[in-house]
Design a protein around this ligand. Structure first.
Ligand code: 4NP
Length: 153
């Protein structure tokens, strides 16, 4: 079993979107029995909450259901249990690298590194912006989820 973890700041916008999209694509692939995934946040603000209503709405419009996901904070055991840890932005990446022991650093990647053809290298935080930002998160996460699945295949 390969285990993938998606990480943002709050675990209510970007990383649950990444998880929902990856889950859907995984279910439709031949890897469904061999890969598991989860998401979490580096911050504790939103522990136990469902994804932001705006993220759920944008995801639903593209056929992804995020409603059963609940936020949690990253914990030390995540660096042991997961094989690939995908940070949504550089700040998330730096926080994870600071928390992980050096022997786990190789597991931590910027999520968009799996979509090298994109101009963007980070998934921008949509929390304080408008609807367009949430749509952009979907687009970027779809591209990186495709690239990650190809890498795992
Ligand atoms: P996320 O977005 O990291 O994509 O879940 C955010 C959610 C909440 C906050 C910031 C970003 N916040 O400051 O509460």
């Amino acid at each position: 079993m390969q285990r993938v973890l998606f990480v943002c700041l709050g675990n209510i916008c970007r990383s649950p979107t990444a998880e929902g999209i990856f889950r859907e694509k995984l279910a439709q692939s031949h890897l469904a029995e061999q890969v598991e995934c989860d998401s979490c946040g580096t911050a504790a603000y939103h522990i136990g909450k469902a994804p932001d209503a705006r993220s759920q709405q944008a995801a639903k419009q593209q056929g992804y259901d995020l409603s059963s996901l609940r936020a949690r904070q990253v914990q030390g055991s995540d660096f042991e249990q997961f094989d690939i840890i995908c940070a949504m932005d550089r700040a998330n990446y730096d926080d994870l690298m600071a928390q992980a022991s050096p022997d786990h650093h190789h597991k931590i990647h910027l999520f968009l590194s799996f979509a090298p053809d994109l101009e963007e290298t980070e998934v921008p935080d949509p929390y304080y912006g408008g609807e367009q930002g949430f749509k952009q998160v979907i687009k970027l996460c779809e591209a990186a989820a495709d690239g990650l699945l190809k890498r795992l295949a």
